[in-house]
Design a protein around this ligand. Structure first.
Ligand code: SF4
Length: 421
């Protein structure tokens, strides 16, 4: 680890690796992910293997400090050597052969120092889970599994364009529990009905359909759960359906009722609500995701992955993104014809910008940004630097006297974030 704030940080940075392939694209999804069938038709049947080999080649370049290293990371960025969390996300990394995941983890451990107690998360889809794969993940060092269940209603899974059924999800959770005690399940609420009109047989998700998911989480003693409010993102199939008048979305009041219900139900059942969309049993918070909200640096590898790293010599931070072009990514390795850099600097943050960033992301957590950590990172006082903003937020009852989010603040979190842009 090089100079600047990294040395003052109480924990190591996080490492994210993006695997962009899915069985098929979901209707609501705007992540950088592709249906693997399309990719196989375009790039050949071994596209997943080629992707991993390109990643391995990039990792070798990092160790050897070759010219390719400069194509991956701005020279001024201080690429950390040690990490205490690894998150393999996507896409559906669980779609890959488990041997590739094992080789990836092996490679990461030879290139970087990954602490013995590191949290190592793998994202899986219920329909890609099997006993053999789960056993292999565990043996390879994965110690946390994150599964996209999204709903336990067949009609809603169908509306979302998911490839699994509720039964498949239940069986996948059962299997996962045999090998992992640290499990996250992702759910979505506010799921629309789909029809030619909103009348009749295509209502949006009901409270009772949401309660089925909540009861399942509690009865299965799942240690971590995320509930995301559905957002119609531009360019998705849901966007097209909405334009055509075929989506029946819950109204704002119903969507908020669902949020209040799930928040009440989970906290009544021993879960800590620690981030707007995240709940955990005590001590089971996502250590990796907390880094995003705590101003901790992270390195992103793989297609379109974002890094947030200090830059020498002036201590600014860079937020930069690996290429999102799969053809380009596959050729970043040995192809001598590809000379352009394979990343894009999205933002250069001086200390003032970093402070605002810290506040904005910190207010995603129920406890708000930590003033002690602020002092350590910026050698300043949060209360003094943001006295005006904090006063306004309190006046509007978005945060309390202790700078924690209020129930009202949870419903209007965007207003809080806007204050720091
Ligand atoms: S499985 Fe996840 S990443 Fe893949 S298309 Fe569906 S929502 Fe997107």
């Amino acid at each position: 680890m090089a100079s600047s704030d990294l040395q003052k940080a109480p924990e190591a940075p996080g490492l994210y690796v993006h695997i962009p392939f899915c069985v098929k694209k979901c209707r609501y999804c705007d992540f950088l992910s592709f249906g693997v069938g399309d990719c196989r038709r375009r790039y050949g049947p071994d596209i997943i293997e080629r992707y991993f080999y390109a990643l391995f080649e990039q990792l070798d370049a990092v160790v050897k400090e070759t010219a390719l290293r400069d194509r991956l990371t701005p020279r001024e960025a201080e690429l950390p050597a040690c990490y205490d969390t690894v998150y393999i996300g996507g896409g559906t990394p669980g779609l890959a052969d488990a041997g590739l995941i094992a080789r990836l983890l092996e490679k990461l451990a030879t290139v970087f120092r990954i602490g013995g107690g590191a949290e190592v998360t793998l994202e899986v889809n219920p329909c890609t889970v099997s006993d053999d794969k789960l056993r292999a993940y565990r043996a390879a060092g994965v110690n946390r599994l994150s599964m996209g269940v999204q709903s336990l209603s067949g009609r809603l899974l169908n509306n979302l364009g998911r490839v699994h059924t509720a039964d498949v999800a239940r069986r996948a959770v059962d299997a996962a529990k045999k090998y992992f005690d640290n499990i996250n399940l992702d759910f979505i609420f506010g799921i629309p009905g789909i029809a030619g009109s909103c009348a009749g047989s295509a209502p949006p998700q009901s409270i009772s359909e949401l309660r089925d998911c909540l009861r399942f989480v509690v009865s299965e003693r799942i240690p971590h759960v995320s509930f995301y409010s559905l957002i119609i993102e531009p360019g998705t199939e849901f966007d097209r359906l909405q334009t055509g008048g075929e989506l029946c979305l819950p109204d704002d009041a119903d969507e908020r009722s669902m949020y209040h219900e799930l928040r009440y139900f989970l906290t009544e059942n021993g879960y800590i609500h620690y981030e707007i969309s995240n709940f955990s049993k005590p001590g089971r918070e996502s250590r990796h995701n907390l880094k995003y909200w705590d101003g901790t640096p992270y390195t992103g590898l793989g297609l379109g992955a974002v890094s947030y790293l200090p830059a020498s010599p002036n201590g600014d931070y860079l937020r930069f993104r690996q290429t999102a072009d799969l053809s380009e990514f596959l050729s970043t390795g040995s192809d001598p014809c590809v000379k352009d850099r394979g990343y894009e600097i999205q933002e250069r943050l001086d200390i003032d910008a970093r402070k605002r960033d810290y506040m904005m992301l910190g207010f995603r957590k129920l406890g708000g940004p930590d003033p002690e950590r602020y002092r350590r990172l910026f050698n300043g006082s949060m209360a003094e630097d943001f006295s005006k903003e904090l006063r306004l937020l309190k006046e509007r009852d978005l945060i309390g006297a202790d700078n924690k989010l209020t129930a009202h603040g949870l419903d209007y979190a965007n207003e809080i974030f806007m204050m720091f842009i």
